[in-house]
Ligand binder design. Structure first.
Ligand code: TYM
Length: 332
């Protein structure tokens, strides 16, 4: 089977360092190795109400963030999910394959729906079926994501397997392989080392946004929660220090150094010193991306033309695969 990677990012606001290190950095390596499809998943975004004007702007901004980070729009397909109607069609079909019991186990639904599950949209509940459709529509074999998406990917594999079995179509859908970076699959909030860094956190101090200025990054890192102890010499001593662990992990990733080597370099140093170094490496990498995002947002016609080209290419693959799905099911 031909190797093909698919991944998606929701256009629900500023992309942050978690998205960058957990997903986009992984995309940058993969585009050198195989064909890749990167999708601005606006159908996923509306599972929670989005103001239409903001959704439009955020969709372009997510596209700009892809390009500014270094994704190549010639080599890869970059497009918007809602522009290829096959996503919705396959999502419905796969909703009839997926089981309620499987969806009931999804922890992200429980987190996002909160206490009042009855008031969550049905879309939010069946969101993992749509995610399976995104991947299987292109028969993607590899899916680069952060570890928060692992359970959804396992579900995608279960759905693919059940479809192949129910319709006696061995190997029709490949079982997509998650590509989750080992060292930095989950970047944590700067305010609470037990919570993941997230766009939806009320406090902007919990995350570094790709568009943050130098001063903002400096201030956020300075204010980031740590503890009173200095940097230890071994990983073992960080077990109950999630905030310290997170900052050192981010530093290691941004400088491309091994975690252990960072500890060798920094052990015994106070966090006040370490935070200055950390701010500088983040500023060096993130500020040029943020500046490019802002520049690209000044040329909406260009961004729209990238999405249009991507839509045309994606639609060809999607229609070809959907045609076979319709035949297998007995629609034609
Ligand atoms: P989304 O938009 O929440 O996040 C986009 C990508 O960023 C990763 N990520 C993180 N990685 C490490 N640390 C963090 N704190 C962090 N926060 C976010 C996510 O794991 C993701 O890879 N359901 C997906 C989008 C999606 C998708 C797909 C992904 C829709 N269809 C098909 C892959 C394949 C989501 O909500 O990602």
């Amino acid at each position: 089977m031909k190797k093909l990677a698919f991944s998606g990012v929701q256009p629900t606001g500023n992309l942050h360092l978690g998205n960058y290190l957990g997903a986009i950095n992984n995309f940058l390596n993969l585009q050198k190795q195989m064909e890749c499809i990167f999708c601005v998943v606006d159908l996923h975004a509306i599972t929670i109400f989005q103001d239409p004007e903001s959704l439009k702007k955020n969709s372009l901004e997510t596209t700009a963030s892809f390009l500014a980070s270094g994704l190549d729009s010639e080599k890869n397909i970059i497009f918007k999910q809602s522009s290829v109607s096959g996503h919705s069609e396959l999502a419905w079909i796969l909703s009839c394959v997926s089981r309620i019991g499987w969806l009931n186990r999804m922890t992200q639904f429980k987190d996002k729906a909160g206490k009042d599950k009855e008031k969550a949209s049905v879309g939010l509940y069946i969101y993992p079926n749509l995610m399976a459709a995104d991947i299987l529509l292109y028969k993607a074999t590899h899916v680069p994501v952060g570890s928060d998406q692992k359970q959804h990917l396992e579900l995608s594999r279960d759905i693919a397997q059940k479809f192949n079995k129910d319709f006696n179509s061995k190997n029709f859908f490949p079982l997509p392989e998650p590509l989750i970076l080992k060292n930095i699959s989950r970047v944590m909030s700067l305010r609470d080392g037990n919570k993941k860094m997230s766009k939806s956190d009320e406090s902007d101090y919990s995350r570094i946004n790709l568009k943050d200025s130098k001063d903002e990054i400096f201030k956020k890192i300075k204010k980031a929660k740590t503890d009173t102890k200095p940097i230890p010499a071994s990983k073992k001593e960080l077990i109950n220090r999630p905030e310290a662990n997170n900052l050192i992990n981010i530093y290691a990733e941004m400088t491309d150094k091994k975690f252990e080597n960072v500890l060798d370099e920094m052990s015994g140093k106070e966090f006040s010193f370490f935070k200055k170094e950390l701010s500088e490496v983040i500023i060096d990498k993130i500020c040029p991306i943020g500046k490019k995002v802002k520049d690209l947002m000044g040329d909406k016609t260009y961004l729209e033309s990238i999405l249009k080209k991507g839509k045309e290419k994606a639609n060809i693959i999607a229609e070809e695969n959907l045609k076979k799905v319709r035949e297998i099911i007995g629609f034609v």
